[in-house]
Design a protein around this ligand. Structure first.
Ligand code: GLC
Ligand code: GLC
Length: 660
């Protein structure tokens, strides 16, 4: 792709053009600094800072924008607008965040640390509003979190707003939750106790009542051009031939008829979520402004929502296109110039080969790990680790400076997005296996421990995804209903083992708040007309704080789960081998067990995890042939293990072995 685009401009000397353009724009930059500094005496320092950052990052940004927008006759105009928008936002950046920028520039790998532990939550469901969330900071600290992702909390449309993912205004907080000032205060308080604030940048689409969409509806051509709008079905039909449907049970196709505009509008998700048209450079510029506004509230990690969909080209699936990567890299370069303390996290829930393409220090430094998520569920359903190991063997390790977010559940559904060839490689028919997993997790497979609900069952293609809370899918719901202490014990062990893997396999473990109490499915959404078509609400229960007192009871299931998580987080932070993502699988000669080596700067750790509900044995001699020590101690139980023996594992046992 790059080559094809470059070939159009064979004679262009990009570095020369980049510096020539910067020379032309620089007087305006100096003017802006001068105006901002009228009251201060830091003019020289500001000039020095921006000159240094532009020297480092402008050529890259220029090259990216040139590839994306170089063919526009008024390209220079946009370059100027984009750069000046970035500079203006940087000049508005509060002093404490500028200091954070400096700290992060000196420690660019801060998010690789073993100390990172994440949680995500809906403010209304967790604590009602932002101020009450500030009161919960001691709870979040006590649990061990250092990263808290607040689900979209901006002004959104009335009625169904896709859980806040249909944003009407990126610059105001939903009045029920608080104000921008409250958000800034929260970010500040979080930072004071070592918690990084994470917020979504919902940049693929706006709500149909965002100011830009309203102006488009009023017929303003400048704004119609912010979206993909077509007078009839000719072009939509041509696109539709190669598109998939994301929410087929809610609406067929990817376009929505707008009565007022007498036009079809591109809406990948719900009909009220209008996809932005990034082929228009003004959209990129406007979104740079929104992104940096968010950064300046004190957000440290931005979750880039639905990255796969942001660029469209006729005749393709319009997912994961090369331009989508160029665009995100351009956002990244803007951040390095105007808010270098900020890291970007990719939400690409697509084929694993595509997921990794978003991950790099120049694109998204952080990424969800949906393949690991799906395969952990696969492994506890089958009690087999073959497919998990096959995938992990070549997909888990990431390059320097980047990191996975490892999670079991989030606010979305589970899709079985593992690679078909990985399945075939271990003798598994991928399609049959997906059908099995769907029936296992939605309760139609006899003997399944899981209580889940189908999501977006497409009767034409047979596709289905799964909803359900971590605890309900892991067997706790059924076990509690049956009141069988053995089943309850199994569910609790299973849960602990899964988190033990999340905490140790390389990357940041992330929980969805409520998981630490083993919150079960909440079926009340079926009685709410705005929610009943979207089964993801089953796993978004309201936090029931009256249960907090249970955490003090010794035998309570909730307390057991809470304590296991707390302990895993605490011990993870004490294991320097968990920094970064260096890992290698170790042979166990046992299909029910997964074992891997983690290392970092001379610190070694061997993880052994039993995915079966039965006892297993592992021949430890393999560790010796790896050249490791003869004696280990389990960092979790303090149990000693010798590589001379056969290791006996209890059901779902998990060991973090450190050389003794
Ligand atoms: C992301 C969100 C999901 C939402 C979609 C549309 O994938 O995680 O909840 O429905 O984007 O914004
Ligand atoms: C699809 C999208 C993902 C989104 C999800 C919502 O899987 O790829 O981005 O989160 O749908 O259900």
């Amino acid at each position: 792709m790059k080559n094809r685009q470059r070939a159009k401009m064979p004679d262009l000397d990009l570095d020369y053009e980049a510096s020539r353009t910067l020379r032309r724009i620089r007087p305006q930059i100096l003017e802006k600094i001068g105006a901002a500094d009228a009251a201060h005496s830091s003019y020289a320092l500001h000039v020095e800072t921006i000159d240094a950052r532009l020297a480092e990052h402008w050529p890259r940004l220029f090259g990216l924008l040139h590839q994306l927008y170089g063919q526009h006759y008024d390209f220079y105009y946009y370059l100027e607008r984009i750069l000046l928008t970035a500079v203006e936002c940087w000049l508005n950046r509060p002093e404490d965040l500028c200091q954070l920028d400096v700290r992060r520039e000196n420690d660019p790998n801060w998010y690789l640390s073993e100390r990172m532990v994440g949680g995500s939550l809906y403010v209304d469901l967790f604590s009602e509003d932002l101020n009450k969330l500030r009161d919960k900071i001691p709870y979040l600290k006590d649990l061990g979190l250092t990263y808290v992702h607040l689900m979209p909390l901006f002004k959104d449309r009335e009625g169904n707003s896709d859980g806040g993912y249909a944003i009407s205004d990126y610059r105001s907080v939903d009045a029920n939750l608080g104000t921008m000032e409250d958000l800034r205060a929260l970010a500040h308080d979080f930072r004071a106790v070592g918690i990084s604030l994470v917020i979504d940048f919902v940049f693929n689409h706006t709500s149909d009542d965002h100011d830009w969409a309203i102006r488009a509806q009023e017929g303003d051509r400048e704004y119609i051009d912010y979206f993909h709008v077509y007078p009839d079905r000719t072009i939509p039909d041509q696109y539709e031939r190669s598109l998939r449907e994301i929410f087929p049970t809610i609406r067929r196709g990817n376009f929505t008829w707008h009565q007022g505009m007498q036009s079809w509008v591109w809406t990948t998700f719900n009909s009220f979520q209008w996809d932005l048209k990034y082929a228009n450079p003004e959209v990129f510029r406007a979104m740079v402004g929104e992104m940096l506004f968010l950064a300046n509230t004190g957000v440290e990690i931005l979750r880039l929502d639905a990255v796969a969909f942001i660029w469209k080209r006729m005749g393709t699936t319009c997912e994961n296109l090369p331009e989508a990567h160029l665009l995100i890299q351009a956002f990244n370069a803007v951040c390095r110039i105007a808010a270098p303390g900020l890291a970007l996290k990719s939400e690409a829930i697509v084929h694993p080969d595509e997921v990794v393409k978003y991950i790099s220090t120049e694109e998204c430094q952080i990424s969800y790990n949906p393949t690991l998520m799906a395969l952990l569920w696969e492994a506890i359903a089958t009690r087999e680790t073959r497919l998990l190991k096959q995938s992990v063997s070549h997909r888990q390790h990431l390059w320097a400076g980047t990191v996975w977010i490892n999670y079991l559940r989030g606010h979305d559904d589970i899709g079985w997005s593992f690679d078909n060839d990985d399945a075939w490689a271990v003798g598994i028919n991928p399609e049959d296996h997906r059908n099995f997993l769907n029936s296992f997790y939605t309760g139609t497979f006899k003997g399944s421990f899981a209580a889940g609900v189908p999501f977006q069952h497409n009767t034409e293609t047979g596709d289905m995804r799964v909803s359900g809370t971590m605890a309900s899918l892991a067997g706790l719901e059924q076990a509690l209903v049956s009141k069988d202490p053995q089943l309850i014990d199994m569910a609790v062990r299973r849960i602990r083992m899964l988190y033990g893997v999340l905490c140790s396999i390389g990357g940041i473990p992330l929980i969805f708040l409520g998981e630490e109490w083993g919150m079960l499915n909440d079926y009340d959404y079926l009685g709410d007309k705005e929610k009943k078509e979207d089964s993801r609400w089953v796993h978004r229960p309201k936090m029931d704080w009256s249960l907090l007192k249970e955490l003090k009871k010794k035998n309570s299931v909730r307390a057991q789960i809470f304590r296991s998580l707390q302990e895993l987080f605490e011990k993870r932070k004490a294991c320097p081998a968990f920094n970064g993502s260096q890992m290698r699988l170790l042979s166990t000669e046992n299909n029910h067990v997964m074992s891997y080596l983690r290392w970092n700067e001379g610190n070694l750790l061997v993880v052994v995890a039993n995915f079966a509900d039965s006892k297993q044995t592992v021949n430890m001699r393999n560790l010796r042939t790896e050249g490791l020590a003869h004696f280990f101690k389990d960092a979790l139980s303090k149990r000693s293990v010798s590589t001379h023996d056969t290791l006996e594992l209890e059901p779902y046992e998990l060991l973090w072995l450190i050389e003794d």
